[in-house]
Write a protein that binds this ligand. Sequence first.
Ligand SMILES: C[S@@+](CC[C@H](N)C(=O)[O-])C[C@H]1O[C@@H](n2cnc3c(N)ncnc32)[C@H](O)[C@@H]1O
Length: 274
Amino acid sequence: MIEPILKWAGGKRSLIPEIISLLPKDYRNKKYHEPFFGGGALFFEIQPKSGSINDINRQLMNFYRVIRDKPEEIIELASSYKYEKEEFYKLRDKYNTPNLTDVEYASLLLYLNKTAFNGLYRVNSKGLFNVPFGRYKNPTIVDENRIKKASKALKNVEILNKDFSYVIDYSKKGDICYFDPPYSPLNKTAYFTSYSSDGFSWEDQIRLRDTCISLDKKGVLFVLSNSYVKELVEEYRKIDSFYIKTVKANRAINSKASNRGPINEILVTNILVK
Ligand SMILES: C[S@@+](CC[C@H](N)C(=O)[O-])C[C@H]1O[C@@H](n2cnc3c(N)ncnc32)[C@H](O)[C@@H]1O
């Protein structure tokens, strides 16, 4: 098992045992696809032998390509950055400029992930990274050992930067696919009244449900996680071959501290639940 290199919103570490228990016993030998990669907690846990990883965030996928292909270079460059407020803002400005090398963008992303407030990744309407300096006690920016292990784990997978639906054409019968989309706001109306959906619309959620239907027809095995939203659960219930499991997950989902704590999440799968 390898710890993910990046902190990423919606990281799925606490659900991993539950998800693995749904997979067929020989899951390590199957082709694996993860279309909403983020920090890739499940991927790094199971270290599949082949398949694809994907995210719509271009910089994020450049980062993993550099980790896979040029681990020594990112280790060397990122090790030269210091955790210091003035340096942080200088490097943040640099990250927001065009025409750097892939290793420079990846090293800066690693640095910002470890030093920005709460490890958040947020860009403004112009696409510029705008998270402020975060206060940490001696943050580890470069974990050499983890980078080398991750680099090995990524060796035989394709790293893509597409919309999640690529997986319909990309996968074959018997492959495994894990979907961890941006969390749905807690009800359907919230899609139209708040910004909490992360740009992932209700229509995208339905498109994702339909992608699962296409995979199911091809004989691809899938597991999907999401927050428990009644309207969404109803959409998945319409499909006879899908199973829905409700699980508790600890997640800060509300800005009011009193509303934080375990909330219900769902796992949807077409693998026969034991
Ligand atoms: C909940 S996070 C995944 C967290 C990940 N499982 C982990 O363990 O860190 C969702 C990811 O979906 C990506 N995303 C959003 N819309 C997408 C789309 N249409 N296609 C592919 N990826 C998308 C976001 O950039 C984000 O990284």
